[in-house]
Design a protein around this ligand. Sequence first.
Ligand SMILES: *Cc1c(COP(=O)(O)O)cnc(C)c1O
Length: 241
Amino acid sequence: MTPDPTGIDGTEVGRRLDQVRDRIAEAGGDPERVRIVAVTKGFGPDAVRSAMAVGVVDIAESYAQELLPKVRDLQGAPRGAGEAGWSPTWHFIGRLQSNKVRLLAPVISVWQSIDRAKLVAEVARWAPGAQVLIEVNVAGEAGKGGCPPGDVGALVSRARDYGLDVTGLMTVAPRGADQVVRSAFRLLTSLADAQGLGERSMGMSGDYGIAVQEGATTIRLGAALFGPRTDPRKAHQEMRN
Ligand SMILES: *Cc1c(COP(=O)(O)O)cnc(C)c1O
């Protein structure tokens, strides 16, 4: 592993991944089946390389302006021996402006933050048949991404009508007491069940244990794999997200 100016230590990432898997098991999940998506926002391209070096190939970003330069950097750089022939499966998890869809479409495999009809139409236009998750604002928090729980059914049908492959739902839990977080995840699971959707993307570094207990099939981890983000601006954006 080449030294990383952003401070990502490949050995540490492997160690942290082992801890995450232990915690998934403690929460009653199967560490082989709960998908770990590495969230590299706020970290450099070496975060992507170090995740892939320990076998995490699902990588997520929240901002188009951060993702696209990172992808260019990764394409340009010589690959390490362990990564030969690998390319990440990119997930988009942030607030998505419809005018960014066209730029992102060549890169993104899984659109996790689809929360309105306009985005359904844009993704169907630029990435026909793509895999999408519908993001739900389970607690109805102001200024947060996700559709209201009551809109999930209509949005799922709409996405299917447009030929998209709707595999599940995604949410970011409210910050708060464990019980608040738990009820948010529980609601997401029941909404997914009601739609017959198998995929439940929920749980971040601070709450993935609860998410796994409540039926997460995918967890999205940044700090738990890479350590704390050092850029305060990014930390702020993370809060807002
Ligand atoms: C930043 C982010 C994450 C990961 O956050 P960590 O706390 O670093 O694990 C997960 N999901 C979304 C939507 C995010 O924006």
